[in-house]
Design a binder for this molecule. Sequence first.
Ligand code: AMP
Length: 400
Amino acid sequence: MKVLVINSGSSSIKYQLLDMNTESVLCTGLVERIGEEEGRLVHKVAPDTEASKKITLEQPIADHEAGMVLAIDLICGPNGVVKDKSEIAAIGHRIVHGGENLHEPTLIDDAVVEELEKIIPLAPLHNPGHLAGIRVARHLFADVPQVVVMDTAYHQTLPPKAYMYALPHELYDELRIRRYGFHGTSHGYVAKEAARLMHRPFETFNCITVHLGNGCSMTATANGKAVDTSMGITPLEGLVMGTRSGDVDPALHALLARTRNMTSEDVDQMLNKESGLKGLCGMNDMRDIHAAIEMGDKKAELALDVQTYRNRKYIGSYMAVLGRVDAIIFTAGIGENDYIVRRNTLQGLDCFGIKIDKMVNAQRASEPLKISTDDSAIEVWVIPTNEELAIARQTKEFVN
Ligand code: AMP
């Protein structure tokens, strides 16, 4: 059974075709700069094998439909990995924000499209792009069942005490202002992988998942269900990220309006695009930050300290939330690759019995790796995330 996963953004479409009988990747692709002067499509066939092949097209791509048509030609054309569109059994669409009503994987119909349109104010950067991809895919694959899989879904089990802000209640009643959480497909995937690797039933598994990429978030899972998470109504709250501030004093907007005449749009832009690691030291890629620290850059050192200290604070608070913690799991670009961030994040937690094997931690992990010692009270793992596979699995399960 072949499943196509589509992650459509405002000016890009990422896709992956998987053979779900073997869970292998047949091809992946990225269509970029849709609607701009110079568009680009990078298509990779069998990317995880020695026979991998890359095709790059550089040409204007007027809209999502034009991008999808180019991609379909590469996926299903004469030289494609499948010979005909009809070989694709189902399509799974990644949706960043499902609001309160969309959580389970759901077959796309007009009502789902309408619901996604309704919650655009909650995710103005993401949902319009998803909708563009859905419209095109429904048009081009009219006979193929298509499913939405929400990033917010895993966090739907948060109890009200964790998802409610201490704000006037009518903001929730009227506008559904509450914490939703993001990266849920990733948190759910690595949490389940950890339980499987530790031979523990997920229904009784307690863990803290630490997703550190360009965006960073942390989730506490108790008995196989998310009970708290660091991101809020938008993906800005919580940890320090590449260009996002994470937690700040909510009075900041008013203070900057008074002292710098900044509008709320200016402050929003600053908190999302000019803050985080970039705000602190001018760089948002952790590899550049380490190189700068080596050269004696004090701001880069501070950025690393601020990020790893915030991580530690959240881990401590989730240990208090969970009581018993079976595992802490690191994932995503930084979490999977950066042993210094992992080491500094866990620094001082040995008083809770957390012990890291320094040699193992220093290894690069393309496969799941346990980095805690055998006598550590809590197992610590590095588990590469795989959101596309998680979406394809849920799509397959739903369609079957
Ligand atoms: P992601 O959003 O999961 O793709 O993560 C992207 C981020 O991961 C980049 O901005 C880098 O900061 C970080 N990253 C990727 N590779 C490495 C690496 N080898 N060492 C440290 N950080 C890395």
